[in-house]
Design a protein around this ligand. Structure first.
Ligand SMILES: [Zn+2]
Length: 356
């Protein structure tokens, strides 16, 4: 009940913010705002006093005609702002940033997400009882695929890691148990376009990642399988994220793979795939989403890991079109959120057959 009271206290401030916002004009019942150069959806929502991640979907649905690639604003255009729902957790989450005292009541701190993003606010208990192992591709001495953007080097592992952290945070906020297998002690979630390359990632909890490829993969497989056996009897899933792709010449965003013999892995990959398909249909009525998943039994991670798993390739860091998508922190957040929704769909449809 303490939370309810806090909300009421801040209601006044919230309304004042909108009133004095200056840029906002009334149109129907929705406020509108003109996007400035450099604005992204998250920043725009934040400026309006809304918790950006919770209004992201609604914003996109309201403004789809004025968005490039479903997620990019055009500077100078006017956008509809969703009505704030004052009785929802998101508002509490936003308020929480203003007073550390309240933070203790509703958020739990995780250092791995970095100072700015460390607080995880509970959204639901929908993933209670589920255990997730999240692996960001590459890391340590291996940067994965590399490219140059605006004269600067960018590396796959940093972007895979950022998306993985964002995904971890989403899953935690729905009550899941999450193991972040590849970890960087000093890179939290980063809201920058160019993510600095470093080589200090470790494997759960603090193992140095070997340079040799087979040794590197074996290390993470062993860690996952040990944890999997420790958590025997629980609903467990593995998600591996990469930002490279072997597909060439297609306008395909995301690929999902699973082990051909794993019914639960197939269901997980399909659930995430379905969620992406739904999002693309909703946000891009004129563009068909053609990403698909297939068997990748050749992949070491898919073959040797015990938990049911999905292997996700989020575009290709070397592809110019994909770069635009991957470098935008708003997009990384949207991708993580969509994966998390697929993961929830998978969990809520239960386990096929015996628990692995
Ligand atoms: Zn990769």
């Amino acid at each position: 009940m303490g939370v309810l009271k806090i909300k009421n206290t801040f209601k006044g401030i919230f309304i004042l913010t909108i009133f004095f916002g200056g840029q906002i004009l009334a149109q129907d019942s929705l406020a509108t705002v003109k996007a400035e150069t450099g604005d992204g959806i998250l920043l725009l929502l934040r400026k309006q006093g809304l918790h950006p991640y919770d209004y992201f979907d609604e914003f996109v649905a309201l403004n789809i005609e004025n968005l490039r690639d479903s997620v990019h604003l055009y500077a100078g255009r006017t956008y509809k702002i969703p009505n704030a729902k004052l009785d929802t957790v998101p508002v509490v989450a936003e308020i929480q940033k203003q007073t550390t005292e309240i933070k203790k009541v509703v958020g739990k701190e995780y250092e791995i997400f970095g100072k700015k993003h460390s607080a995880v606010v509970s959204q639901s208990e929908r993933l209670k009882g589920a255990v997730y192992y999240l692996v960001a591709g590459h890391g340590g001495p291996d940067p994965g695929a590399m490219a140059v953007y605006g004269g600067k080097s960018i590396a796959e592992d940093e972007y895979a890691y950022d998306i993985t952290l964002r995904l971890a945070k989403e899953l935690l906020s729905h009550g899941a148990t999450v193991y972040i297998i590849i970890r960087d002690p000093n890179d939290g979630i980063r809201d920058e376009r160019i993510l600095k390359i470093d080589h200090d990632e470790v494997a759960y909890l603090d193992k140095v990642i070997p340079l040799n490829q087979v040794a590197r993969l074996k290390q993470r497989v062993d860690i996952i399988n040990q944890l999997h056996s420790k958590n025997r009897g629980k609903f467990q899933r593995l998600l591996v994220t990469h930002v490279d792709s072997r597909s060439v010449g297609q306008n395909i965003d995301v690929f999902f793979y699973h082990h051909k013999n794993s019914k639960n892995g197939k269901k997980l990959a399909e659930s995430i795939h379905k969620t992406f398909h739904k999002k693309y249909k909703k946000y891009q009525p004129n563009r068909t989403y053609t990403g698909t998943f297939g068997d990748r039994t050749g992949l070491y991670m898919v073959r040797r890991t015990d938990p049911a798993m999905a292997y996700i390739e989020i575009g290709n860091i070397r592809n110019k079109k994909d770069q635009r998508r991957i470098l935008d922190p708003d997009n990384r957040q949207a991708l993580a959120k969509w994966i998390s929704e697929g993961v929830i769909l998978d969990f809520e449809s239960g386990e096929i057959g015996r628990i692995r």
